[in-house]
Design a protein around this ligand. Sequence first.
Ligand SMILES: N[C@@H](CCC(=O)N[C@@H](CS)C(=O)NCC(=O)O)C(=O)O
Length: 214
Amino acid sequence: MIVSELPVLYTFRRCPYAMRARLALRQAGVAVQAREIQLRAKPAALLQASPKGTVPVLVLPDGQVLDQSLDIMRWALAQNDPAGWLSAAPLAEQLAWIERSDGPFKRLLDRYKYPQRQQPPDAPEAMFAAALALQLQPMEAVLQRHAFLCGPRCSLADMALLPFVRQFAAVDPEAFAAAPVPALQAWLKGLLAQPLFEAVMEKLPLWSEGAQPV
Ligand SMILES: N[C@@H](CCC(=O)N[C@@H](CS)C(=O)NCC(=O)O)C(=O)O
């Protein structure tokens, strides 16, 4: 068997954090050995690399482990950033969007997606309205002014938020389509239509220990 010297990416197709990591890796042209896992049966090799047990996890050939999606994105784009996602806008401005998305917006998204998990259950309409005020309307306001979140060019922030906005929109597509956020709807549609997005959603066979490298 040929042992690959490629970085190993533990991933889960539908995980928005893993999607954003795959987007940056693919954009950078960094080849990886992708290992599709199941969250309910995490392989020992993943837990050995990163005991916290979340995906994505990138293990570099020198043994270095990156187990935060944003770190993987930044590492990948530091290797190669052909469209200048990192330099499209000041990094602090980009990171502020990502922080709000990963923090308060993600918490609302989870409550909107799984209303029964709260006691008493959340009202989806209330979660939708809260997310609109917190994240979707602020995104709409800047997207009315320019094509991407931080200016005229696509940035790390756009690609980091994309999988989460996509997930939000997919909970109730009719409600999202009816929301007063036309620029955001166009932004989402445009980014999802890119071949890059389609490429990172490719279905992989489930990886298991002892499986041949993909
Ligand atoms: N902060 C982490 C969060 C990653 C994360 O929470 N991923 C989810 C899947 S979408 C996960 O692996 N959860 C563990 C589990 O469900 O057991 C990152 O940015 O990479």
